[in-house]
Write a protein that binds this ligand. Structure first.
Ligand code: FES
Length: 196
């Protein structure tokens, strides 16, 4: 059938436009990227990044909060009435660590040495040797603390006398109140914090 060239051109142009508007009908056109898959991958990436950030944030937050926990552990604990500690004598005392778990049992009972000079003048020593931490013993006859592990010796005021310990015994903060001796406990003294 004869068709005028102008009418034929208009027909061809319409056909092209309709093919451009709906590319899915063109089998040669590449398949469109599914939008839902792209969104899913984006959300998955955000989720994984959030999990990684949380994993890194937990130890940092724990470090920042550690001073608050430290002060929560520390508390004043009574070692008993003053009559338990005769003047110019050294006595073994025990307190219950305030920072304990129910399953700690007897291990939460912490011994310490109490030296009463006169009146309300006390010194309270951690029992652990400042070399490698063995419990030191008090010998009334010689007036010395001695460590059974490597021969460390300390004077009655806790100062180092001889042996491998690098320094004197650690001491607890203490006070006398209401006729009792109290120590600030909850944390053992260490090299970094020699006075608990
Ligand atoms: S642990 Fe006391 S001297 Fe070594």
């Amino acid at each position: 059938m004869f068709q005028h060239p102008a009418a034929r051109a208009i027909h061809d142009e319409r056909m092209n436009m309709s093919e451009t508007a709906s590319p899915s009908r063109n089998p040669a056109a590449p398949p469109a990227q599914p939008t839902s898959r792209r969104v899913f991958l984006l959300r998955l990436g955000i989720l994984l990044n959030a999990i990684a950030a949380a994993i890194f944030a937990v130890p940092v937050l724990g470090y920042l909060a550690s001073p608050m926990r430290k002060f929560a552990w520390l508390s004043w604990i009574s070692l008993g009435p003053l009559e338990h500690f005769p003047e110019h004598q050294t006595r073994l005392a025990t307190y219950r660590n305030p920072y304990t778990k129910p399953w700690d049992g007897m291990t939460a009972n912490i011994p310490c040495w109490v030296r009463r000079e006169a009146g309300d003048t006390f010194m309270v020593f951690a029992i652990n040797c400042t070399h490698l931490g063995c419990p030191v013993r008090w010998f009334q006859e010689s007036g010395l603390f001695m460590c059974p592990c490597h021969g460390g010796v300390f004077y009655s005021d806790g100062k180092r006398a001889s042996g491998p310990p690098p320094r004197g015994l650690y001491q607890y903060r203490h006070k006398v109140e209401n006729g009792r001796l109290w120590i600030k406990a909850g944390e053992l003294p260490t090299l970094g914090e020699p006075l608990a």
